[in-house]
Design a binder for this molecule. Structure first.
Ligand SMILES: Nc1ncnc2c1ncn2[C@@H]1O[C@H](COP(=O)(O)OP(=O)(O)OP(=O)(O)O)[C@@H](O)[C@H]1O
Length: 319
């Protein structure tokens, strides 16, 4: 059973000429991180806000773990769905700890259990509790506020988390660090995450699958690799910049060009790279080191080799 399912969902705002979300059908599996990507005004936020019933569809149905969300009281539903928005949405007059404790309080957890949970979550988002627990949001940087926003969304241990351009207002370097945090947290917690973004690189970096929208409709719903290698039309091609080979090298993992390590291969003096690295990093290392091939490692274990010819073949294959 899918964690989230949309069945022919549309929403037309009163007086609007066309639907903001138009006949959307898709399913998200438990533990998946799905990025909703598309240009401004294409309906991303509207789609997201229907999941926690901030908006109600004018047509169609939405299911959470197989249950129609319309059958559940909106307030109870929202307690079970984490929500992170762009400007963190923290309450300015509450401390960091009080902000994170909002849902545990609603769930009547009691003081000791709540305090423990707050500290655990602060640690999880890399903010040492003694230093940050009693600060007010205004005493934090934008990136730290977003970390607290993420901690607050995780507080009630929801299975589903909605994130609406959470890092949209953050500078590029902090943004990359926060994306790394999300990937690390996701590795650890495996939540079902719907993440709105209009940043293509962010989507390619974070998503298990990307739902591309245009004018309220779904254009393609696929893995980053498939979107890059099999874009369904010119809109996707332009949006993702799939014609730019150098850009693609930076986005595709080295693993797609790798060959298995021959038996008894001497791994000693070879230049090496992690399996998480991009083809671009592999190319750069080959050119710099002057070797024919480099070794690919996964968690300290050599798993394969990549050569210049293999990188070229991988890129050619996709054309
Ligand atoms: N509360 C509302 N009342 C009326 N129209 C709305 C409302 N919210 C959004 N819209 C309209 O619905 C369409 C989709 O808006 P939405 O905010 O979902 O787009 P988006 O893809 O999230 O855009 P952005 O990336 O700019 O945030 C737009 O045309 C917008 O003007």
């Amino acid at each position: 059973m899918s964690a989230i399912a949309f069945e022919q969902v549309s929403l037309r705002f009163p007086g609007a000429a066309r639907s903001a979300v138009d006949g959307c059908t898709f399913e998200v599996q438990a533990g998946e991180l799905v990025v909703i990507l598309g240009p401004s005004g294409c309906g991303k936020t509207t789609l997201l806000k229907m999941v926690n019933r901030l908006y109600e569809p004018t047509q169609g149905h939405i299911f959470l773990d197989g249950l129609n969300i319309r059958k559940r009281p909106a307030t109870e539903l929202r307690r079970q769905i984490g929500y992170v928005i762009q400007q963190s949405g923290l309450f300015p007059h509450m401390t960091v700890a009080e902000n994170i404790a909002v849902v545990p309080k609603l769930l009547n957890w009691g003081r000791a259990k709540t305090q423990m949970r707050v500290d655990e979550l602060l640690q999880l988002v890399a903010l040492p509790p003694p230093e940050y627990r009693d600060r007010y949001p205004a005493q934090l940087s934008g990136g730290q506020q977003q970390r607290v926003g993420v901690a607050r969304a995780l507080a009630g241990d929801p299975q589903v988390i909605l994130m609406d351009e959470p890092f949209g207002a953050i500078d590029a370097i902090t943004r990359t660090a926060l994306q790394d945090e999300i990937l690390r947290l996701q590795d650890q917690l495996q939540k079902t995450i719907l993440f709105v973004s209009h940043d293509v690189d962010e989507a390619l970096r974070l998503a298990d699958r990307i739902l591309v929208m245009q004018a309220g409709q779904i254009v393609q719903f696929d893995t980053p690799f498939n979107l890059l290698t099999q874009p369904q039309n010119d809109f996707i091609r332009d949006l993702l910049g799939t014609e730019d080979v150098v850009r693609q090298l930076g986005l595709l993992r080295v693993a797609i060009a790798m060959q298995e390590l021959p038996d008894a291969f001497n791994v000693e003096s070879q230049p090496r790279l992690s399996a998480q690295a991009s083809l671009r990093e592999a190319l750069s290392l080959i050119l710099k080191s002057g070797t024919e091939q480099i070794l690919i490692f996964e968690r300290d274990r050599p798993i394969g080799l990549v050569s210049l010819a293999q990188i070229q073949a991988a890129v050619m294959e996709k054309r």
